[in-house]
Write a protein of this length. Structure first.
Length: 202
């Protein structure tokens, strides 16, 4: 009987989490329309407290850009990290908000809100790229191809440029394809085969 009630409690929590997660965007928009900057901050803080990752993402952007409130890159990093952090216990955004992951990676890469953090930027770009973000996939491909801020790795550059070519369009797609072709020309046959295998099982 105890096991039954424990299972029932878990199911109830999951259903509640699902219901709350499904209204993240509309409740965030409502918070953003709360009126004065102070009222908006209060409304967003309330949403973030209840686990609204979209609210954390939007507040991070506000601090980054100085929209409605004074610009504060350090706080921008803080809230983008909250929004981008993964948590497998969630039903919604269990892998984090991909836009927040990309935005935080760019800030870390360029030292906005603190010292440049190449390792941190790489980590957050990977999180976003693994969720299918073509921009992050292309950035990673460039980083690994050039060896800028990371160890040069043509296999990884080929892998991410190939995925980016499938995710992006227009000029960004062409750039990804050109980078993939350059990697292909420079890779040893056995390393190219290994990289192609990784792409095929992705």
């Amino acid at each position: 009987m105890k096991k039954f009630f424990a299972a029932l409690a878990v199911c109830t929590l999951s259903i509640n989490a699902y219901a709350e997660g499904s209204d993240f965007e509309p409740t965030t928009e409502k918070a953003l329309a709360a009126g004065s900057p102070a009222a908006v901050l209060k409304a967003l803080d309330r949403e973030i407290y209840r686990g609204n990752l979209i609210a954390a993402y939007r507040l991070g952007l506000m601090y980054r850009d100085g929209t409605m409130i004074p610009q504060d890159p350090a706080k921008a990093r803080k809230y983008l990290k909250i929004a981008g952090t993964d948590n497998i216990t969630r039903i919604w955004y269990r892998n984090g908000v991909v836009e927040a992951q990309y935005a935080l990676a760019v800030m870390l890469q360029n030292g906005i809100g603190g010292k440049p953090d190449a390792s941190g930027a790489e980590s957050w770009f990977i999180k976003a790229a693994e969720q299918g973000d073509g921009r992050s996939q292309l950035v990673l491909a460039k980083m690994y191809f050039s060896g800028t801020s990371v160890k040069r790795n043509l296999e990884r550059a080929y892998f991410w440029s190939t995925l980016a070519a499938g995710s992006l369009s227009d000029a960004a797609k062409s750039e990804s394809e050109q980078l993939r072709d350059q990697c292909q020309q420079q890779l040893q046959p056995k390393d190219l085969e290994k990289a192609r295998k990784l792409v095929s099982i992705w």
